[in-house]
Design a protein around this ligand. Structure first.
Ligand code: ADP
Length: 547
């Protein structure tokens, strides 16, 4: 409360006087209407997943008041987005687009530069614009959530699946732009997008892919959502994890409904996990796994219950292995060390032949056992997994945050080769550093044929400044140590973007300099999301913004 009173309200954008800010806001109200411009001048409320704030980072890792916007605006159309962009260029006020702003663990709805104006696209631009049952495609606006797309398809009675991440409340478009992932065979969201409409930082309008070609009589091109590249360079990737444009429409491929079978494989020995990775690799390369399966540590069997950690153990520091074992033994899967969550797809005969192959492969690991959903009680996590594996949105995963009071999470997710020895190196670094900083470790490995993501969730108490400080220090040390081994993060929190981007530094930061050249060409005034993904426009570079 006292901190809230210290904030200049609203927080102004850098180098803008209150007078010129007020003038700019008056003009913005004329463009969008009074009701669609909200100053960030009330006490901040963290809310929860379904009622997340668009004023700041709900899962703050520094002071709650640090990552705040000056105002939130709600455009209703591409044309209004263009008007706001022109306005930003006129007043040199940084703007920060979000789709729904549920990017929890990565910065939420917060802008990187405090005092930026947040463009909340999702509130009023939330239509499923097209669904084509014959081509199994759709086109959406930024405010379409996984739940909304799912319901639209159900309403039309179409035999199509969506692909959702662990939580179904986020934006289909926003998640794809940030290169988020899900769990059906269409889990690589950006690779299943097809054609975008983008407002560039100068206010110009661009369509990529086949959308760049007009259809008959000025209609949308009939293959906008069907074929990804246009003629010439394929530029779509530039608009993912970047600050080069505001995406207002996006096409997607939808997966035709099929049969599926979910299962777990449990392994009794802590040290088996290198061998598990070795068994998974060829199955993934051969396509026996059509989606990206997960290997989780036994501690997740406790965490996904949603009970606070103190119900299991109330000691300080990392929960000891023996405590985890004691409680896991009393749970349905028993005294295990690792759990593999898999799903096979196709008709019954095809699933059977895939299962034969998988059973044979895992039988080489001593003590491994298959467990099926029908053998487990109704409240077991497997049932939420079964839904996600077949494109049904769920919210179960948020229960994790109950592990700590005022629980929030921060994710560390380096990419390594799918090889036992790499899994061991990265696991040992992560295990040692989590212990050093006093956090429980929840390893999840999402394993593909050639690389895997080791996802380590830091669950921390947001009301405890010391815990937040330790969480950030842990992240910094993790980034440094794994980079020294050659492992880089695929995504990170807004405030760690500079550090992660710098690890991609081969040849004197050639990639960063290249990204900056593009930024300066597309956004000469540096108004669009400065600093996002470690890309700073020239008017910010070398002025103390990079951390
Ligand atoms: P979700 O609600 O799915 O978690 P967000 O809306 O928070 O997704 O989007 C994640 C991040 O991606 C945002 O912080 C923003 O930087 C970027 N982003 C989201 N939507 C857009 C968009 N339409 N245009 C440009 N960048 C976007």
């Amino acid at each position: 409360d006292s901190v809230a009173r210290q904030r200049e309200i609203p927080r102004l954008p850098p180098n803008i006087s209150r007078e010129s800010f007020n003038r700019a806001m008056a003009e913005l109200r004329e463009i969008l209407g009074d009701a669609n411009v909200e100053l960030n001048d009330k006490p901040l409320v963290d809310g929860w997943y379904m009622e997340h704030p668009n004023t700041h980072d709900a899962f703050h890792i520094t002071d709650q008041e640090e990552m705040v916007c000056s105002a939130v605006v709600f455009p209703s159309s591409t044309a209004e987005v263009q008007s706001v962009v022109l306005w930003a260029n006129k007043y040199l006020i940084p703007i920060y687009p979000i789709s729904m702003g549920r990017n929890l663990g990565y910065g939420g709805a917060a802008p990187r530069v405090p005092g930026s104006v947040v463009l909340d696209l999702g509130k009023r631009m939330n239509k499923v614009l097209k669904i084509n049952a014959r081509s199994a495609t759709c086109q959406v606006e930024p405010g379409v959530s996984y739940y909304a797309l799912y319901e639209e398809i159900q309403k039309l009675g179409l035999p199509l699946w969506i692909d959702c991440p662990d939580l179904g409340g986020g934006s289909v478009l926003g998640n794809a732009i940030d290169r988020g992932v899900g769990y059906t065979p269409y889990g690589d969201h950006f690779s299943k997008h097809c054609g975008m409409e983008i407002v560039l930082p100068t206010g110009e309008l661009l369509r990529t892919g086949m959308g760049a070609m007009e259809g008959k009589n000025g209609t949308d091109n009939p293959t906008w959502e069907s074929f990804q590249p246009p003629y010439g360079p394929y530029s779509d990737g530039m608009f993912s994890q970047s600050n080069y444009g505001i995406v207002t429409k996006m096409g997607f491929w939808l997966m035709p409904e099929t049969g599926s079978k979910t299962y777990m494989v449990v392994f009794p020995n802590d040290n088996d996990f290198e061998q598990i990775v070795e068994v998974i690799r060829p199955l993934a390369q051969q396509g026996v796994f059509a989606n990206i399966p997960q290997l989780r540590n036994v501690i997740q069997e406790l965490a996904v219950f949603g009970k606070p950690r103190s119900d299991w153990w109330n000691g300080k520091g990392q929960m000891p292995r023996e405590e985890i074992r004691k409680h896991a033994t009393a749970l349905p899967c028993g005294d295990i060390a690792w759990v593999f969550y898999g799903c096979q797809y196709g008709d019954a005969a095809s699933i059977q032949s895939q299962m034969n192959c998988i059973q044979k492969a895992f039988s080489t690991i001593e003590g491994s056992r298959f467990i099926y959903p029908e053998e487990l009680p109704d409240d077991h996590y497997i049932h939420a997994r079964t839904k996600v594996f077949s494109g049904n949105p769920v919210l179960k995963e948020i229960d994790w945050c109950n592990w700590k009071p005022n629980g929030a999470h921060l994710d560390f997710s380096p990419i390594t080769p799918t090889q036992g020895e790499d899994a061991r190196i990265v696991h040992d670094i992560i295990h040692r550093l989590f212990k050093k900083y006093g956090f429980d470790l929840f390893p999840t490995l999402t394993i593909a044929g050639r690389e895997m993501h080791y996802i380590a969730n830091i669950i921390y108490d947001m009301s405890d400044p010391d815990e937040k400080r330790r969480a950030v220090e842990l992240m910094c040390e993790l980034i440094r140590e794994t980079a020294a081994e050659g492992y880089g993060e695929y995504r990170t929190h807004l405030l760690l973007a500079d550090q992660v981007a710098a690890t991609y530094g081969w040849n004197d930061q050639a990639l960063r300099r290249f990204n900056e050249s593009i930024k300066d060409a597309l956004d000469p005034n540096g108004i669009l999301a400065p600093g996002r993904n470690g890309i700073w426009p020239k008017n910010y570079r070398g002025k103390g913004w990079e951390i």
